[in-house]
Design a protein around this ligand. Structure first.
Ligand SMILES: *Cc1c(COP(=O)(O)O)cnc(C)c1O
Length: 389
């Protein structure tokens, strides 16, 4: 029977042990035994799928990966310890000295450090391009360009990049398109359907969805995944079996969770859009969003994140955070609990104002990761905090 990816995210399961458990057990073991020297030899010679050692593979980790492969419509995948080890491993496995990379300027802060600070030391140069000035992308292509890297929606400015357009550009020039799909999740957006070769996630965010564990995953074309898998197998950023077990169980509820996150976020975005203390509010599924049409084309809903600019600037941002009673002040996103952050005074506090503006971090920018609490409670807290700034 052909099963929908949503069903497969619930039903893909490691074969039962002799106990006939219903839910997947936790395979907390560093290595696996063999019945004979022949079987062990075959496993090491890649002539069987038997697990050998949990740095290479583990049943629970495989289950998590298989579910992500199904959800993203990919061929194969590999799990990693964190989102950042997914980013770093994919780049290090596929790029070499002399290669050139094009990355969207507005990427996760640590990703920006990898492409601008660390990769150049290995002879891999990167050109950063604007999320919205698409003419910069084709102009950045050089004879040695190997890969295009992007996130959409971008963090924290929520710009939307046209995946179909970039997918075509990458295929026309024979470049690998790697998309960080963390903000949208595969339930909302599937970059592979638009031409991406590889998709990665910080599973720490919506995939866990309850702020418990760190994890990462890369899925996509088999040949590319094989290269990344061997890099990870040798260098060691393995996902812990415990975290894989948590994440695999989380995938069983991802669809319903993301639907509710998006429903709450849309309601809050609509209610706050014209608030007198706010100069603008961005949410991909509001018609006022500059890339609304692209969002409709490639996203099933607007996602769980919205952002707005306080008229009072940086001081208002601090006052807003200090006035919150329900929303958490924490450096995460994608949680059942709503979270507010003020990038200018926190995550991007070390940058100069000019550097911040280059990545669209305006002084009064507030990012809200909308949780699963009762929607009116979230809205009431934001509204009472807005009164005080
Ligand atoms: C958090 C995040 C990462 C990094 O993930 P970790 O699990 O914290 O290593 C990468 N990309 C995006 C978009 C993120 O939000």
């Amino acid at each position: 029977m052909e099963l929908h990816p949503i069903t497969r995210a619930i039903r893909i399961q490691t074969p039962h042990t002799a106990e006939m458990e219903h839910s997947t057990p936790l395979f907390l073991t560093s290595s696996f035994c063999f019945d004979s020297a022949d079987e062990m030899q075959a496993a090491f010679a890649d002539q069987s799928d038997d697990n050998i050692y949990s740095r290479f593979s583990n049943p629970g980790v495989n289950e998590f990966v298989d579910k992500m492969v199904a959800l993203e419509g990919a061929e194969a995948g590999v799990a990693t310890s964190t989102g950042m080890s997914a980013v770093f491993s994919a780049m290090m496995a596929l790029l070499k000295n002399g290669d050139h990379l094009i990355s969207c300027e507005a990427v996760f802060g640590s990703t920006h450090n990898i492409v601008k600070k660390y990769l150049p030391d290995y002879g891999i140069k990167c050109t950063c391009v604007s999320a919205t000035r698409m003419e910069e992308w084709e102009a950045a292509i050089q004879p040695n360009t190997k890969m295009i890297y992007l996130e959409t929606p971008t963090n924290p400015g929520l710009e939307i990049i046209d995946l179909e357009w970039v997918g075509k550009l990458a295929r026309k020039h024979g470049l690998i398109l790697l998309v960080d799909n963390c903000f949208a999740t595969p339930l909302n957006q599937r970059p592979i359907d638009f031409g991406a070769h590889l998709v990665l996630h910080s599973a720490t965010k919506w995939i866990d969805g309850q702020g418990r564990v760190l994890g990462g995953v890369i899925v996509g074309e088999s040949a590319l995944i094989k290269t990344i898998y061997l890099f990870c197998r040798n260098t060691g950023p393995a996902l812990s079996p415990f975290n894989a077990w948590v994440l695999s169980k989380s995938l069983e509820t991802l669809d319903v969770r993301m639907e509710r996150h998006a429903k709450n976020a849309l309601k809050i975005a609509q209610a706050l859009e014209h608030h007198p203390k706010i100069s603008w509010l961005k949410y991909p599924y509001l018609p006022s969003h500059p890339q609304y049409e692209i969002a409709l084309k490639q996203m099933k809903n607007g996602g769980g994140i919205l952002c707005f600019e306080l008229k009072g600037g940086i001081e208002s941002g601090r006052k807003f955070l200090n006035s919150l009673q329900l929303l958490s002040m924490t450096a995460n996103l994608g949680d059942s609990r709503s979270i507010a952050s003020h990038p200018a005074s926190t995550t991007h506090g070390k940058l100069s104002e000019e550097e911040r503006l280059k990545v669209n971090i305006t002084p009064g920018l507030i990012r809200i990761s909308v949780g699963l609490e009762y929607d009116q409670d979230i809205l009431n807290d934001i509204q009472q905090a807005l009164k005080k700034c």
